[in-house]
Design a protein around this ligand. Sequence first.
Ligand code: GLN
Length: 454
Amino acid sequence: EAFNTAVAEAAELNAFIVTTPDHALAAADAVDAKRARGEALGAMGGVPIGMKDLFATRGVQTSAASHILEGFKPEYESTVSQNLWDAGAGMLGKLNLDQFAMGSSNETSYFGNVVSPWRKAGGANTDMSPGGSSGGSSSAVAARIAPAATGTDTGGSIRQPAAFTGICGIKPTYGRCSRWGVVAFASSLDQAGPMARSVEDCAIMLEAMAGFDPKDATSLDMPVPDWEAALSADLKGKKIGIPKEYRMDGTDEEILKSWEQGKEWLRDAGAEIVDVSLPHTKYALPAYYIVAPAEASSNLARYDGVRYGLRDLPDGAGLQDMYAATRAAGFGDEVKRRILIGTYVLSAGFYDAYYTQAQKIRTLVAQDFANAFGQCDAILAPTTPTASFPLNSLNEDPLTMYLNDVFAVPASLAGLPAMSVPAMLNSDGLPLGLQVVGKPFDEQGVLDVGLAIQ
Ligand code: GLN
């Protein structure tokens, strides 16, 4: 009954693409059986989670919210989802997202917009964006339909939706979570992570998700610490860096106020606040919007009408016609835009002018962080330059939409662990998030600072 109520509520938010109640119930039954046998239940024993529909799930549609993968049921399970099932979790269903994880508002899904459960706070009957691309995840967790959900973050897609909906979400160090069986967007940036209501829940779930995987060549061969057991909000002796370049024109006053408040909380927790500089910050967003589409244009070449999902084969058509017809029908506008940008910046005449330059900037951004971490243990910044915005307000304006990622992409380019934690509500009653960025492999430091803010 509770499940049906939740499903009805979820239907209103359009958070799920498919529901899988049997999967969640089987995990609950497994917990009962283990309890009867006196066995350990597993760190996620019986917890019914939502799975972003970018993770391959055996026998369950894995669409990446696209038409081209509609109906695709993988023969295999992603490593991250398998790790969660091994820890005892069950799946409520596959969550909606921006198509192929490209977007910041969950308006590019083939299966329709996701609505934030905070929709009424934006004004009378205004449907607000839950953020993107993990908008089904943020919406379902914020609405208390699922206690936790998986997300993926290429350039902010865990942190920005978490900030927009008042929940927590952490992108670990690049390589912590296996990318095997995760539909690829930009492989050098893609990372999975948990989205949940508390820092503690994120720590538990990340522990279950993470771990070395020989099937992913970029997987980190490092032990997964017991982050949850070591959690501590005591920041005595810790230095928290405030990057001056994140005070940008166009940043909402209330966001700046929440940043000030965050510094106070961290001082109260015993930390010392220090100024740091990340001088190449303003180049990070343009570099991201070259690197990410470049990798996407290569990754998405596999959707050709032969190997997966949709095939559009007009009468009398040849192979090239089939490719063209399938892709024209199967990809949404934003995905096509990324493929066009990506193939352009990789083309022979423009490669050095765009792609090589962007890669150089990426190195400089990573060096900025390395220098700053000579003076501090973690960095505190806003997650986003604005609170959530109404659906259908920015979707005709891709550049403004891209600007929403301005504070999120630097940590992505540098592969660093970064978390968004709810800070406060603005004067419209909408949540604002604060972002904590840590040194490579220092998820613990990030979670601890998050705990002090929470
Ligand atoms: N919003 C960013 C983009 O559209 C980031 C997406 C993501 O992290 N998957 O590329």
